[in-house]
Ligand binder design. Sequence first.
Ligand code: PRF
Ligand code: ZN
Length: 381
Amino acid sequence: KKLKTESLSMNKALKFVVHKTCNKARASTLTLPHGDVLTPVYMPVGTKGTIKGLTSQEMENLGCRLLLGNTYHLAYQPGGNYLEKVGGLHKFMNWKYNILTDSGGFQMVSLSKLCEISEEGVKFESPVDGSEMFLRPEDSVHNQNQIGADIMMALDDVVQTTTVGERMQIACERTVRWIDRNIQAHERKDVQNLYPIVQGGLDFSLRKYCLDELIKRDAPGYAIGGLAGGEDKQDFWKIVNFCTDHLPQDKPRYLMGVGYPDDLIVCSCLGVDQFDCVFSTRTARFGTAFTKYGFMRLKNADKEFDLKPIEEGCECPTCQRYSRSFLHNTIAKEETACHLISQHNLYFLLNLMKQFRQSILDDRMEEFVNEFFKNYFSHEK
Ligand code: PRF
Ligand code: ZN
């Protein structure tokens, strides 16, 4: 049966003002129900309502104004009904700024062995206790309404990026069929925004079909999904560039699951406004820090007596107090080291985007990008 094409126009919960551009890059302000977000922006990931190892106060101090939660994890614990009862995720984690929740779509790939996808939705088996969760587009949106996220993501059919042939086409077409069910289920359009997600893998014609269909729904913002899944960089950049060429100029664009420093710079240049990735905090827990000269492995033997901060000149709370030597010698023994490196890495990405944005406003983006790559691929430490 043919579903009605739903529209999300007349949006009051989001304002997007582009202040200045340089080629395709934009310096903008995204105004959401919980305040302004300066873009391009990196959004730290707090899967279950906490950024692993960091408090809401620390996130606020780092300058974070938009962070990410995950519907799939939050629906398990503490649960949508619970969150609705306590007044939503903002109240639950005492976070006064914005929250974006992913729909659970990505878990179709990350938990693929524990899920079954059909036209109706996705059935997950809990990795914790084996219990079942059925997530239809309607359930995902209902949960996100209960969570109260400022930006909610539509439930999409996600397959591994490098999938080719029929399964990729099915995923792309199903994502389009599901968008109207997502939109129809959305009960708080005046206070929460729903972004559709462009799928289609590495196939330009599938991407174009998906773009055309989703753009018709006149959403407040759009996401580019289905990338950062082990594809070649060249293919990745071409698809991002293709999507930002076709997405509306006057709406925010969110590239999902991308968070390496060099990718943030390249994709901001291609016109992306929002990014998220667990990599910064996950890699920190294994002892790797971001620096302007590339990754630094604090476990390496040469850090044992190195009394410099992770990055000289870094203004993050970690670099104000602690040395590479301290971190090297406590990583294996103390939670503290992981927390401190996570804090530095989050500061690094938040600050990188802030500097990039400022360089657009100051008409010196090209110099900024040149300097970034000169350092990033140098052999300094
Ligand atoms: N869809 C959803 N979440 C995501 C992605 C996606 O395609 C990605 C990209 N692989 C990261 N997170 N719903
Ligand atoms: Zn630092």
